[in-house]
Design a protein around this ligand. Structure first.
Ligand code: NDP
Length: 253
């Protein structure tokens, strides 16, 4: 698919080492954006960057942990040095660790809150000035948060904390519009349904079984189908803001 208004944009995509983030980075670069790819695994980022460059795109691998202040500060500096100010930020990095609440896995709760919520805040805070300035110059400026349909689902035991972090992201996205909207910066919250990525491979046997059951029942989206949505929302005329997009496999209810 081809989108106008993305050539010449400067994007940051977190969690770009795999899955949805990788697909978003590849898609934006293919449309002519310069893309900084953030994640913790250097070799995975390098492979994606190599692929983008081989296809004639512009990309920069930035090893960073969104849960760490110093790491994000160093990443921001690196991106500014290489690309200058950014005008499209995709908060996509996230982890899911489903377990019954009675297991009291404080370590997992903390990891999900730190990555899925505080990580989004840390990146948003770090690039808020860039986005405001891009809009003030008369260009498009976008904050795109990848939340989840899990923000609303109540029938799946074990994902309460993950769902709570995503509900926080969904609500945060809506509330941030009061700060960003008047400055001409769009905020879009995307809630994907079941999507075939490696997020499942990080789960224990019980978690893999649960997600496997969902895929069997509903089918799954491909990461590129979410990337397509990100490219669509960021390429609308700058006064058009898709605030909330829920993207589900057709059979997912
Ligand atoms: P993946 O596991 O493939 O991608 C997650 C990405 O986040 C990886 O690139 C990982 O790279 C990165 N990441 C994780 N922790 C950190 C961190 N602390 N700092 C920087 N990067 C980090 O899964 P998905 O593509 O599925 O997930 C992308 C987003 O989509 C997540 O927010 C997820 O919650 C959401 N989502 C996924 C759905 C699905 O069905 N797959 C459904 C709904 C929402 P690295 O390990 O190298 O840091």
């Amino acid at each position: 698919m081809s989108y106008e208004n993305l050539a010449g944009r400067t994007a940051v995509v977190t969690g770009a080492a795999s899955g949805i983030g990788e697909a978003v980075a590849v898609t934006l670069a293919a449309q002519g954006a310069r893309v900084a790819l953030l994640a913790r695994r250097a070799e995975r980022l390098d492979a994606v960057v190599e692929k983008i460059r081989a296809d004639g795109g512009q990309a920069l691998a930035v090893v960073a942990d969104v849960t760490d202040d110093a790491s994000v500060a160093a990443a921001v500096e690196r991106i500014h040095e290489a690309y200058g100010s950014v005008d499209l930020v995709v908060n996509n990095a996230g982890v899911m660790q489903p377990n019954p609440i009675e297991d009291a896995r404080v370590d997992e709760w903390q990891a999900m809150i730190d990555t899925n919520l505080t990580g989004v805040l840390r990146i948003t805070g770090a690039f808020a000035k860039d986005l405001g300035e891009a809009a003030a110059r008369g260009g498009s400026a976008d904050l795109v948060n990848v939340s989840s349909i899990a923000a609303h689902l109540t029938g799946y035991p074990g994902v309460a904390v993950y769902g709570a972090t995503k509900a926080a992201v969904t609500h945060l996205s809506a509330l941030l519009r009061s700060e960003f909207g008047p400055r001409g910066v769009r905020v879009t919250n995307i809630e994907p349904g079941v999507t075939e990525t490696e997020i499942v491979s990080h789960l224990d046997e019980g978690g893999q079984e649960m997600v496997g059951g969902l895929v069997e029942a509903f089918g799954a989206l491909a990461p590129g189908e979410l990337a397509d949505v990100v490219a669509y929302v960021a390429s609308r005329p700058r006064h058009v803001n898709l605030r909330q997009v829920v993207v589900l496999p057709t059979r997912q209810v």
